[in-house]
Design a protein around this ligand. Structure first.
Ligand code: TXA
Ligand code: MG
Length: 310
C-alpha cells in the first residue's frame, strides 16, 4: 500500500520499524526497503522479501555525521569526501567501529560497514523519529530492476507499507566508495562521478567495474535486469525489439532516455523507462542505444552491462 508522506504516515512507518518491521521509502537515488540496523528480525525479513543472497551486505542510513562517526572509523580522505558530498547520493565503506550497534546480518559478517547520509526529507524525518540507523537495500526483488517510483515497489511487493515520494531525483543507486591510503576507489559507480571527486578534491580516483575479485559483494555481474532480455550499444533495433534511444537516433525509438543527449537526464529516466518497456506481451527484447562513457554515463553503462548479462 502506498501512503502519502504526511507526518501521521511517517509516524506509522516509524512505529512499524521500531517493532522490527520493514517499510519502503523514497531516497534521492532509488526507493529503499528499510529496517532497524540493529534488528536481526527486520534484517532477516529484508533478505527474505528481496530473495537477496546473505553474503551481500546492506547500506546503513544515518541522520547525521555524528551518527555515522559512532558506527565507523573514518580516515582523513573519507572525511574530506563526505564533507563535500553529504548529504547526498554517496555511500562510504569504512571499518566497523561498534559492531554491537548493527546486526551481523546487515554487514554480512564483514569488518567494514557501508554508510550513507541521504538528503531526502522523508527519509530524514523517518530517521529522526526512530532515532537510530536504518538499513535499506533498494526496494526490488534481488537481481531485478531498481525502483524509482512508489508504484515500482508496490508491483514487486503489493502488501508492503510504502511512503510515497514521487519519482526519485537521481534514478540510479548511490555511488559506493572506499578509500585506500591516499586514493579513492569507486566500488559502484553512481551519479557522483570519478570526475566530481577528482576535480573538487584533487584526490585520485579509480573505478572498479570489472574486477574478477568482487570487492563490493553486491556487484555480481548479472543484476538490475528486466524480465525481457536487454541488448546494449544498438544502432539498429531488430524486429520485435523495444528500442530505447539516447540522443539523436537513426531509427525512431519507443522511448528516448535523453533526446538532447544528456547523461544526467538519461540516468534519471533509465530504470523508469526500462520498467515501462519490460512488457513481454508487446516486445521480445529491449535494445538500447550506445551511451557515452563519460561522467554519469559510466554508471549507466555499468547498470546496462549487468542488465544485459544473461
Ligand atoms: O542508493 C542506494 O544506495 C540505495 C538506497 C536505498 O539508499 N540502496 C542500495 O542498496 O542501492 P543495495 O543493497 O541495493 O546496494 C548496496 C551495495 C551493494 O553493492 C553492496 O555489496 C555494497 O553496497 N556494500 C554494502 N556493504 C558493503 C561493504 N561493507 N563493503 C563493500 N560493499 C558493501
Ligand atoms: Mg540493489
Amino acid at each position: 500500500m502506498i501512503f502519502p508522506p504526511a507526518p501521521k504516515n511517517i509516524e506509522k512507518a516509524a512505529i512499524l520499524l521500531k517493532n522490527d518491521g520493514v517499510v519502503a521509502f523514497p531516497t534521492e537515488t532509488v526507493y529503499g526497503l528499510g529496517g532497524l540496523a540493529r534488528s536481526d528480525k527486520a534484517i532477516r525479513k529484508i533478505y527474505q522479501t528481496k530473495g537477496r543472497p546473505s553474503y551481500n551486505p546492506l547500506i546503513v542510513h544515518v541522520d547525521s555525521l555524528d551518527q555515522a562517526l559512532s558506527l565507523g572509523t573514518f580516515d582523513r580522505i573519507t572525511l574530506r569526501v563526505i564533507e563535500k558530498f553529504w548529504p547526498g547520493p554517496l555511500t562510504v565503506v569504512v571499518p566497523l567501529k561498534q559492531p554491537s550497534l548493527i546486526s551481523v546480518g546487515a554487514t554480512a559478517g564483514l569488518d567494514t560497514v557501508a554508510i550513507r547520509l541521504s538528503n531526502h526529507p522523508v527519509l530524514l524525518s523517518l530517521l529522526n523519529l526512530v532515532g537510530e540507523p536504518i538499513v535499506a537495500p533498494s526496494a526490488n526483488a534481488s537481481g531485478f530492476l531498481s525502483p524509482t517510483k512508489a508504484q515500482h515497489v508496490e508491483k514487486c511487493f503489493p502488501s508492503m507499507f510504502i511512503l510515497e515520494g514521487g519519482e526519485t531525483e537521481k534514478g540510479l543507486e548511490s555511488t559506493v566508495i572506499r578509500s585506500y591510503e591516499d586514493r579513492v576507489v569507486i566500488l559502484r559507480p553512481g551519479t557522483i562521478t570519478k570526475e566530481h571527486i577528482e576535480t573538487s578534491l584533487g584526490i585520485p580516483v579509480s573505478v572498479v567495474t570489472e574486477t574478477p575479485v568482487i570487492e563490493s559483494p553486491g556487484q555480481t555481474l548479472q543484476h538490475y535486469s528486466p524480465t525481457l532480455p536487454v541488448r546494449i550499444n544498438v544502432l539498429s533495433p531488430l524486429e520485435g525489439e523495444a528500442f530505447l534511444g539516447f540522443g539523436q537516433t537513426k531509427h525512431k525509438p519507443v522511448l528516448n532516455l535523453s533526446p538532447e543527449g544528456c547523461v544526467v537526464e538519461a540516468a534519471h529516466n533509465l530504470f523508469s523507462f526500462l520498467h515501462m518497456l519490460d512488457d513481454p506481451q508487446e516486445y521480445r527484447a529491449i535494445a538500447v542505444s550506445p551511451i557515452p562513457h563519460t561522467g554519469v554515463g559510466v554508471a549507466i553503462n555499468d547498470r546496462l552491462r549487468r542488465a544485459s548479462t544473461p
